[in-house]
Each structure stands twice: as C-alpha cells, then as structure tokens.
Write a protein that binds this ligand. Structure first.
Ligand SMILES: C[S@@+](CC[C@H](N)C(=O)[O-])C[C@H]1O[C@@H](n2cnc3c(N)ncnc32)[C@H](O)[C@@H]1O
Length: 852
C-alpha cells in the first residue's frame, strides 16, 4: 500500500481543497459533517460545547447545522478568530479555570452535545503522544460529565493505542450507546478514530477513578494473559511489539512440577512458565519426590517439562494427560474437574452450535436474496428487450409478457390496465424506456446484462458497468477539452430528440410523469390495478389478423418499417398515393437542377406553383446530404442521411423549416466535402437517382446487431467502419475552390475592427459636415471668412487624427520629488525623469548642435 504523505502537498487532498472552497477553516470540518450525517446529533442540539476547537471549523459546521439561536461555545489553547453565533475563548481544557469559564458562559444551561477533537502537540515519542491524547480525552470526558444534559451526546477523537480499550470501557459506563467510527475524510494513515457516545446516563455520583487517567489506564489493562491460546495454539506466536507484558519482566520462570499437578488451572501454568522443575527445594517436597519416582513420569514427560516454551500442541496434551493420571494416582478429585471441564465445554458447545446455525441461516438468506435479485434483474432485462423490440416495430405489445399470464395478466410485463391509467403509456409509445431500465437496475442494485446464473456473470456485469462509466467519464473529459466533440455530441442529442418526437405529445413529457412511471412500472400497485379490469387495452396496434393484401400481421409489421416505405409494390398503397410517388420520383431527379435556376427567378408564383414549390423543397430536403465530422483528424465524411428520405411527419417538417435559409426559405445545404460534392454532381446530372442512394444504404455496414455492445466500442468502431465513397476530380476542385474562397475572407476580428474604424470615420465626417453647414449658414460672416474657417476645421480634423501628443518629460524635483502618480497640472502622456537626466539631455543636445 502506498504511504500517504503527511506533509507538504500530501496534505492538500480533496478535503483540504473542498474545505477551502466551502470556506471552512480546516478540513476537519468534514469529519464532523460526516459524523453528524451518520448520527444526526447537531440538528437536535441547542447547546454545544466544542473542546479543542481551534481554528474553528467544527464550530462553523455546528453554527451552520444547529437550529437558530443555539449556543455554541468553543475553547482551545490557541486563539480562535471570531465566528458569527459562536462564543470562543482561549484556555487549557485540563484546567479549573477553563471549567469555570465554561460554567460562566453556560450559566444554568446544560449542553446537549460535547465535541472533542483535541490533539496534543504531537512530535514526541508515539507512545507519549497517544497517552497524552488519551489523557486529553479523559479530561474532555470529565467536562462532558459535568456539563452534559441527561441523554446528551459526547463525540470525541481517540487514537488507536493500548489505551483505546480502557477508554471505550469508561465511555460504556457513562453512555447508553458507544460506537467507534472513522469518517471517510479522516486519513487512513492516521491512527485517529472517532467515538460517538450517545445518551449520557447522568449518574448521580461518578466514581472519581473512572475519570482518573492513572487508574483508568493502569487498572483496566488486560490482567489475564490468554494462556489457553498459548497452550492450545502454541504454533501461533504473537509478537510482543510493545515489549514485556505489564509486570512481567522476568524472562525465565520455573515452578515445581508438583504445583502443576496440584493446581486447578494447569493451563495458566503451562502458558506462563518456562519449566516444570523436579528439583527438590531446600525443605524437601514429598509430593515432588513421589512424582519424580512415578513410572508415569517418563523421560519424554521430563523433557517436555524442561522447556515449556518449545512445546507444541501434542506435547501440551501429553502433559495434561500425565497430570490427570497422576492426580488419579494421588487420589485428587479428577472426575469432578473432568465434569467441570465437560460443563465448560457443554456451556460453550451449544453457543457455538447456535452461532453456527445462525450463520448457516444467514448464508441461506443471503443466497436466497441474491438469487431473487438475479431473477429480478433478468426479468427487467427481458422486459427491456421486449420494449426495444416494440419500439422497433418488431413485436406487438401483446407478445410481451406472454410467458406469464398474457398481456393483461397480473404478473405480465405490461399490466396494461395499470399503465393505461398513467401517462407512462405515451412515454412507452415514444420509446423513452431508458428511465425504466435505469431505475430498475438501480433498484436491483445490479448492473446490466447477464444471461446465466453464475456469480461470474455478476462480476462481468459489474466490470462492464465500470467500463461503461469509465468510458463516459473519458468522454466527458474529452468533451470539456474538445469543441468539435461537443458539437458532435450536440448533433447526436439533436438527432435523438427528433426520433423521440415522432409521435410525441410533448405535454406529457414531464419529469414528474417519468417518476410516476418508474414507480408504477417497477413496483406495480397491483391491488388498485385489479379494480380497473374493465378498461380497454392501451393500444390496439393490430385490429385485423391479415390485411387487404393477404399479408400476415407479422409480415405487414416487417414491411411497415421505414426502409420499405418508398419501395412500390411491397405494400399496396392506395392508387392516388402511388401516382404521387411516381410523380415525386420524377421530380427528385430534376429538383437539384431546378432549385438553382429558380433561385434567380423572382416572379411571383401562382397558387399552383407555390404548391409545386413546396413539393420540390420537400424533395430537395429529402436529398439533403449531411456531413458528419469524424473524430480523428477532423476529416469530413459524407453520408447520405437515410432518414432524410423518409421525413414525413409534421414535426419533422418543422425541423426542416428551421434548417431553411430565412432569406429565401430554401434549405441550407452546405456541401463542404469532396464526397458530398461528388454525390451532388451525380444527382444534379441525373447519374444517380434516389433509388441508387437507397441501394447504397444497403451495404455490409448498414445493419449491425449492436445489442449489448458497449458505447465505447460502437463509438470507436464508427470512426473507421464507414464506406469510402468515390470522389471525382471535378468535385475535389470545386471544394478546393470553395475553401480558398473561405480562406480569402478576413477573420472575424479583423473585419470587425475595420468596420468599427469605418463607422468612426463616417461619424467624424458627419460631425464635420454639420459644423461646416453651421458655418455656411452663419449670417454675420463673409463668404471668404466662412471658407477659411471651414478649411481650418477640416485641416485640424486631419491633423488630429494623424498626430499623437508627445510625451511630456517631468522633472522629479521640488514638489514632484518622490511623487507617485500623475504630477499636478500635467495632462496627457508624461514621463518622470531624474532632474540630472534632464540636464544631461539638454547638455547632450547642446553639444550635438555645436558639433554641427
Ligand atoms: C485538530 S485541532 C482541532 C481542530 C478543530 N476541531 C477544528 O475543527 O478546527 C486540535 C486542537 O486541540 C488543541 N488542544 C490541544 N491540547 C489542548 C488543551 N489542553 N486545551 C485546549 N485545547 C487543546 C490544539 O490547540 C489544537 O488546536
């Protein structure tokens, strides 16, 4: 794991920046914000005491979050700059003076919440630092016990050290609920943790030892070493990084083996001692000598007793068995102890069993839940696919949910009666189904597609979702930097809107409704829906099974697709339409030529001609060639926009109108690539027809199954996967010419500057004219005088514009000595110079004159 820098720029993390941005005095503010978000203690408090508050970010947060007119008191060793609505003072929280000052401020009030984020001056030895901090916590707790109201809360920072557990124990004696948490804004490398103590018990008397650092940190140190662990798991050796255990400073300890036989806690002996000795003490030990002589005390046993610290589990077992045998021989009550042991085991066993059972149960529940989730997700995906198919006219709504209870069935995807009641129906018709999917995915908490039950499937989904997210982020970053990309995106969005609007009733497109839809379709208020059983189906897309041409519904739907629209003979249209089509086709070929000619004609069209014009425009629009910029290199690739051939609905025509030139009402067709120009030439000359364009549309790249393919792949592929259209020399030259003309134009800024200059000159001229007119109309002047004064102002005007006032040299002497800024009485441009410099300049001039 990379170690985070704790100094310099390493400190300037996102919280630091965010704190700066939000105006908090320290990044610590976010720790309190996050703690409060989790436990919500500030909103409920009217009086807060912030111990160790400098520089004051916690006070700022409290002032923001607590109700109006709350009392906030902040104290610290360091001064705290004033904060509105907060009382602050400088004091040491461990002193009596601080206590008295707080009392003075609070008067008879009690605090609802005491905050403590104290950190003593760190930098000494770690153990010393952490101890000081723990001591400071205890001091703050002492103040809290004095000033907290019953049920109040105490939030404190603690360092994870060996004093942490004793502190936690003390908190638990005084508060109903104690929780330790580390907010996200607290650095991982920091040993700090925050303890939230909720519900102060407010005992009438508190044992002073509970708040005395000496007794807390000494008395509560773990007095019983875990000998069982040492004996039953001797292979796992815990390193004592802190050195010796408290009071355990002798390294080698031995005990007579008879003690081991005698004791009721053999494990403790095996865990604590190094050797079981058979050596006779000075006074002699009968039991020991008897033990020494026993045949059960084999050499192996003796070896084991010689060094307990090197024994393994097997050897310990051997010693315990030996002890049991010896106790039997000596007539000690072994059975009882065995029973006690059995009891112990019996007590423990059921606990373990119960826990095991609970664990099993939990596992089963989890499994069940994840299975349900998976099923729900699959269901949602299925529904989504059906909707997609519906949108693409690949299926009729009645197909959906067939596998359940039919279209109107209870569990069916389209519980149509319910949808009928909501505006969701129209949204459905419009095809804006993404909302549902997202919502449902969010609901299930899972990502996108997956067909199998495997866990790996979920992983794959997650990976895919992550990849998609990363790709979107990449796109956003790119968009920020790349104007071209933005333009492309905007165009794409524009296209989407067009599509969505084909049969849209925009009034029903509000966000609220989408919410309603999400709710209703996701959760499905089944009971209510049942009441509306009599209502008709939402849409009856297929009222007849076969149409007049004898085509099946399915076939008709297939040929209903837009691409077949203009192909005669597939579906029998009414004769009138057919005639019109033929007429139109003929016109399409001629229209490109005619539009150019017509532009020059300025005759007033008759009503019939107008009608014809409109039709032609429509055709011209149908042949609109749109250019799409490819991302790389900015190459313009021209594609015949297939959709343009099928524009029919009113809305689309409105869009077309927008693209028309406001001056002459004709479409704005700007051909800027050689491919487009080639195509235009071919159309204009009649070398290509509408059919050819349609035919060109059917190529190996035209129809691709992009279902489930990630966006980034489609985007990347679309850069390269385009048909290369042929270009002619003529078209290339035409485009070159066009570009040359573009380049010959002055850039906008220059043109604007020129225009401004011209405008100013015109204004000046206007003024002069007026003056000259006035002079000419002057009655008291002779003609000669008039002429001379007019000539004067004319020449003055000419002079003014050419001349720039010379820079005035001002001596920095007298009143101007040391003056900063413009000297008095000096207008226009000036330069302050040293007095000597002015003299020297004059002298130099004189000398040069003399030389001449
Ligand atoms: C991490 S800062 C507190 C930051 C504060 N919570 C904020 O949001 O701005 C720790 C503070 O504890 C203060 N402190 C340390 N020992 C103290 C003591 N005995 N009495 C009062 N303040 C103390 C230090 O002066 C320091 O300002």
């Amino acid at each position: 794991m990379a170690i985070q820098k704790k100094h310099g720029k390493g400190r300037l993390d996102k919280w630091y920046k965010l704190a700066k941005e939000k105006g908090y005095r320290a990044r610590a503010a976010f720790k309190l914000i996050q703690l409060n978000k989790k436990y919500g203690f500030l909103e409920k408090s009217k009086v807060v005491l912030d111990l160790c508050a400098a520089p004051g970010s916690w006070c700022q947060v409290a002032a923001e979050t607590m109700p109006q007119n709350s009392i906030i008191i902040g104290v610290d060793l360091s001064p705290i700059k004033p904060i509105p609505k907060v009382i602050t003072f400088q004091s040491d929280i461990t002193t009596e003076k601080c206590r008295a000052t707080i009392r003075g401020h609070l008067k008879t009030w009690k605090a609802d919440c005491v905050l403590h984020d104290g950190a003593p001056n760190v930098g000494t030895a770690w153990v010393q630092d952490s101890f000081n901090q723990a001591e400071l916590v205890l001091h703050s707790l002492k103040l809290a016990t004095e000033f907290l109201v019953e049920g109040g809360n105490f939030i404190t920072k603690v360092f994870r050290s060996k004093d942490y557990n004793p502190l936690l124990w003390v908190f638990k004696q005084l508060f109903n609920k104690v929780e330790a948490t580390k907010p996200p804004s607290s650095r991982n490398v920091s040993a700090e943790i925050f303890v939230v103590c909720l519900g102060f018990k407010a005992p009438k008397r508190i044992d002073p030892r509970l708040l005395d650092p000496r007794s807390v940190f000494e008395d509560l140190a773990d007095p019983t070493p875990n000998n069982e662990a040492k004996v039953y798991n001797p292979e796992i050796k815990k390193r004592r990084r802190e050195g010796y255990e408290e009071g355990d400073y002798i390294q080698f300890k031995e005990i007579p083996a008879s003690e081991f036989i005698n004791t009721t806690d053999p494990i403790a002996i095996l865990g604590q001692y190094n050797k079981l000795s058979f050596e006779q003490p000075k006074n002699g030990d009968v039991a020991l000598s008897a033990l020494d002589k026993l045949p059960e005390t084999t050499d192996e046993i003796r070896n084991c007793c010689a060094d307990l610290k090197v024994l393994g589990r097997k050897e310990f077992k051997l010693l315990l068995k030996w002890r049991m045998k010896v106790r039997e021989i000596f007539g000690f009550p072994t059975k009882k102890s065995a029973a006690a042991l059995a009891e112990e085991v019996a007590e423990v066993e059921p606990m373990d069993e119960e826990l095991k059972a609970q664990e099993e149960l939990q596992k089963l529940k989890d499994k069940e839940n994840s299975k349900k989730k998976r099923e729900r997700r699959r269901e949602n995906e299925k529904k989504q696919k059906e909707i997609m198919r519906l949108q693409m006219h690949m299926t009729a709504p009645m197909d959906i949910g067939k596998e359940q209870e039919g279209p109107q069935g209870h569990g069916a995807m389209f519980h149509l009666k319910a949808i009928d009641k909501t505006p969701a129906l129209s949204r459905l018709a419009k095809g804006k189904m993404a909302v549902v999917t997202e919502a449902e995915n969010r609901d299930s908490g899972l990502g996108s597609s997956g067909e199998t039950d495997d866990e790996s499937d979920e992983d794959g989904d997650r990976l895919e979702t992550e990849l998609d997210n990363m790709y979107h982020q990449y796109q956003e970053r790119k968009a920020e930097a790349d104007a071209k990309y933005r333009a492309k995106k905007a165009r794409m969005e524009h296209d989407d809107e067009e599509w969505g609007g084909v049969s849209a009733d925009e009034n029903e497109d509000s966000d609220d409704e989408s919410d309603v839809f999400e709710e209703e379709s996701v959760e499905g208020s089944d009971d209510e829906e049942m009441e509306d059983a009599d209502k008709p189906l939402i849409t009856d897309l297929d009222s007849t099974s076969t149409d007049a041409n004898g085509l099946s519904k399915r076939a008709k739907r297939f040929f209903d697709q837009d691409i077949f629209k203009d192909i005669p003979g597939i579906l029998d249209e009414p004769e009138e339409e057919e005639e019109e089509e033929v007429e139109e086709e003929a016109e399409v070929e001629a229209v490109a030529k005619e539009t150019n000619h017509e532009r020059s004609k300025k005759q007033k069209p008759t009503a019939e001609e107008k009608k014809k014009d409109a039709k032609k425009e429509k055709k011209a629009k149908k042949m609109e060639v749109v250019e799409e910029e490819s991302d790389e290199g900015g190459d313009d690739v021209v594609v015949a926009k297939k959709d343009a051939m099928e524009v029919d609905s009113d809305e689309d025509w409105e869009e077309v109108d927008k693209k028309k030139n406001p001056k002459d009402g004709r479409p704005n067709i700007d051909i800027i690539t050689a491919e487009a120009m080639t195509l235009a030439h071919q159309l204009a000359r009649g070398e290509k027809t509408k059919y050819d364009l349609v035919d060109d549309g059917f190529n190996k790249r035209a129809f691709k199954d992009r279902d489930g393919v990630p966006d980034w792949f489609i985007d990347d592929e679309s850069k390269h996967d385009r048909p290369h259209k042929p270009i002619t020399k003529e078209a290339a030259n035409a485009i070159k010419e066009k570009l040359r003309a573009y380049n010959a134009r002055p850039i906008k800024k220059v043109a604007e500057a020129r225009a401004r200059k011209k405008f100013k000159q015109a204004q000046k001229l206007e003024k002069l004219k007026k003056k000259a007119d006035m002079l000419a109309g002057e009655e008291g002047m002779s003609e000669k005088e008039k002429a001379s004064s007019i000539a004067k102002i004319m020449s003055a005007a000419g002079r003014k514009s050419n001349k720039r006032a010379p820079i005035k040299v001002v001596k920095a002497a007298g009143l101007n000595r040391g003056l900063q800024g413009r000297p008095k009485g000096v207008k226009g441009r000036y330069k302050m110079v040293d007095p000597r410099m002015k003299k020297e300049m004059r002298a130099l001039k004189r000398i040069s004159k003399k030389k001449r």
